[in-house]
Design a binder for this molecule. Structure first.
Ligand code: NAD
Ligand code: UFG
Length: 357
């Protein structure tokens, strides 16, 4: 498909030549994953228009993207729930394809406030698909999640695993996937890819971009880095009696730069392939909570005190990805391991104890 060419400055990834020319609208561009995608895509010479409502991200992310890439990104502050503003973006800008990261992502919060999740994740995506249709845009890469599978009937999850999300957040992702599937069935010109992320962690290796959750982190890696930097006293490990290697939960962690690169490969793919695809993006192996903690301590020389707590409601014991479809269709597989993930997460947090503030 394309030729192995170069290493991008500030990245450990071996990247391929980008051989496509398209104007890309990036929704949710200043968030954790979106910002890392933007850096990589801008460094690859792609033409991006960044969109975000800044509800869960800082405008300072734009400065960080500029500093890392040397490129001033074009940015519009728009809420995708606002259809007329979204239409105006399509009416006034060249858009050939869309990468859609915008949405809410906290599992627990989605159980407490399901309608807010459906409004943003489903309604926002519906607006986007409608605006795209009205402006003749038929290529989309969507941020889906391994959460769509629900309780594993087998491990690793393949894309054929039955979808049975067990929380409203996963349900919203599944509904958007179904809309994409139906749209492709209705019109053979559509090319829509749902990327089912496993557990993205890490940060840009420059230490200038990373994950900056508001308040006390829900997720494991940002909790660990907040303990490491001294802002939280100890990590609570949610359960040590699962049927896993050491009793703690097992997940398939993926470096956010690997994940970002998966989107570039997906854009390349949909440039020459029509129809709908759902594709796992994971490393294809799992690590337990305590294995991640111990890798963090070993690589960074920082100790992470922890206490065992009861299981967290809604958590699964263990799951990881069968990532062979991504390799087959996209020519993509992870290049960075757990050592790079914990190294880069710490480089970001130690250089920016208060995130972007
Ligand atoms: P994030 O919250 O850091 O980024 C999402 C961005 O979207 C934020 O900048 C937010 O301000 C913006 N946004 C939210 N609603 C919007 C709206 N209505 N209009 C415009 N902008 C809006 O989250 P992230 O970790 O970067 O996740 C990106 C996507 O990937 C999300 O859709 C999430 O559900 C999905 N995902 C994330 C994970 C994960 O563990 N981080 C795993 C699987 C899937
Ligand atoms: N965990 C702890 N202590 C914490 C936080 C988490 O022990 O303070 C454990 C969890 O119990 C689990 C593991 O660490 O075993 C990972 O938990 P995360 O909260 O980091 O991630 P989840 O697997 O629950 O979910 C994440 C995202 C979802 C996404 C999913 C995809 O939050 O949005 O990965 O696999 F859909």
């Amino acid at each position: 498909m394309s030729r192995l060419t170069r290493k991008i400055t500030g990245s450990d990834l071996i990247l391929f030549n980008v051989t496509f020319d398209m104007a890309i609208l990036v929704c949710g561009a200043t968030g954790f994953i979106g910002s890392h995608f933007c850096v990589l895509a801008l460094q690859q010479g792609l033409d991006l228009l960044l969109l975000d409502n800044l509800e869960n991200s800082s405008p300072k992310v734009l400065n960080a993207i500029r500093e890392v890439t040397g490129i001033s990104p074009r940015f519009v502050e728009v809420d995708i729930r606002d259809k007329s503003s979204l239409d105006a973006v399509f009416a006034t800008n060249q858009v050939d394809s869309v990468v859609h990261f915008a949405g809410y992502k906290a599992v627990g919060e989605s159980a407490a406030e399901p309608l807010r999740y459906y409004r943003n994740n489903v309604d926002g995506s519906l607006n986007l698909l409608e605006s795209m249709k009205e402006h003749g845009v038929r290529k989309l890469v969507f941020s889906s999640s391994a959460t769509v599978y629900g309780v594993p009937e087998f491990n690793p999850y393949t894309e054929e695993h039955r979808k049975r999300p067990f929380n409203p957040y996963g349900q919203t992702k599944s509904v958007v996937e179904d809309m994409m599937y139906d749209l492709c069935a209705s019109d053979p010109q559509y090319a829509l890819v749902a990327l089912r992320y496993f557990n993205p962690i890490g940060a840009h290796p420059s230490g200038m971009l990373g994950e900056d959750p508001k308040g006390i982190p829900n997720n494991l890696m940002p909790f660990i880095t907040k303990v490491a930097v001294g802002q939280l006293a100890e990590l609570g490990v949610f359960g040590d009696d699962y049927d896993t290697v050491d009793g703690t939960g097992v997940r398939d962690y993926i470096h956010v730069m690997d994940l970002a690169y998966g989107h570039i490969r997906a854009l390349q793919y949909l440039n020459s392939n029509a129809g709908y695809q759902a594709i796992n993006l994971g490393a294809g192996r799992g690590y337990s909570v305590l294995e991640l903690v111990s890798a963090f301590e070993r690589i960074n020389g920082v100790s992470i005190p922890y206490v065992i707590k009861p299981r967290r409601d809604g958590d699964l014991a263990a799951y990881w990805a069968d990532a062979s479809k991504a390799e087959r269709l996209l020519g993509w597989k992870t290049q960075l391991g757990i050592d790079e993930m914990v190294r880069d997460a710490w480089a970001w947090q130690s250089a920016n104890p208060n995130g972007y503030n």
